[in-house]
Design a protein around this ligand. Structure first.
Ligand code: ZN
Length: 235
């Protein structure tokens, strides 16, 4: 069964706050926040839906303290396992004025490398949640909106099915998802509702040894063609 995930970034959505309808979102399993959002918004969604929020901080989130928000977990530099889905997170943006939560390419490379060591024990992530995009089609022209090369390396090594980022405000909806190898790269701004298929191993674990092999082959094929269902968006 796929997980239903609500990804959010950068802007408090009227649909998810002023006009919030609990019934509409009751099938959501967890929230992935890509940063630059006020803590009370995460708290509101977490408590209204009584589901966990896994978040990274954006370059405007210097005031956050991870311990304040019950049900919310800062996943920067970590790999968390939620119902069998492994999720890794990386906060911040490219360094542009020396403020908090800004990283040089080298610093982010170190952060990714440290998480690689964690992945040896925890397993490689299925989903990356980042504030800034990977270097590529979703990056901006200015220094602040540059992408991180380290995310591209992480995608090449881990081959997650999905990278969700924020930081890029595209009010006209022009920033479409794109594929890089096995991964779909998606701008969450201001929110996206996603169906994320579970990793093959999670399904195979319930099967016999012989079935395990066939299921692994089946999913190896599906992994190459995997699509993320995008069902909602607002401005
Ligand atoms: Zn930002």
């Amino acid at each position: 069964m796929p997980l239903t995930v609500l990804a959010i970034a950068d802007e408090v959505s009227r649909t998810l706050y002023d006009c919030f309808e609990r019934e509409r979102w009751k099938s959501v399993d967890c929230i992935l926040s890509c940063g630059d959002l006020p803590p009370w918004y995460l708290d509101f969604l977490c408590s209204s839906l009584t589901i966990p929020v896994f978040y990274v901080r954006g370059n405007h989130d210097g005031g956050y303290r991870s311990s304040e928000y019950e049900g919310s977990q800062n996943i920067h530099g970590k790999i968390v396992n939620f119902k069998g889905l492994r999720i890794a997170g990386f906060e911040g943006s490219a360094r542009y004025n020396g403020g908090p939560l800004q990283y040089t390419q080298r610093e982010m490379s170190h952060a990714v490398h440290r998480t690689r060591l964690s992945a040896l024990r925890a397993g490689v992530p299925d989903v990356l949640v980042t504030h800034a995009p990977p270097t590529g089609p979703h990056t901006g022209a200015d220094v602040c909106h540059a992408g991180f090369d380290a995310f591209v390396s992480a995608l090449n090594g881990w081959k997650p099915q999905l990278l969700i980022h924020g930081h890029m405000h595209h009010y006209d909806g022009a920033q479409k998802p794109y594929r890089s190898g096995a991964t779909t790269i998606l701008n969450a701004y201001p929110y996206k509702l996603l169906q994320i298929p579970m990793r093959p191993q999670e399904v195979a674990e319930t099967k016999t040894a012989s079935a395990h092999l066939s299921i692994k082959r089946l999913f190896a094929h599906r992994h190459a063609n995997r699509m993320v269902g995008l069902t909602s968006r607002d401005r």
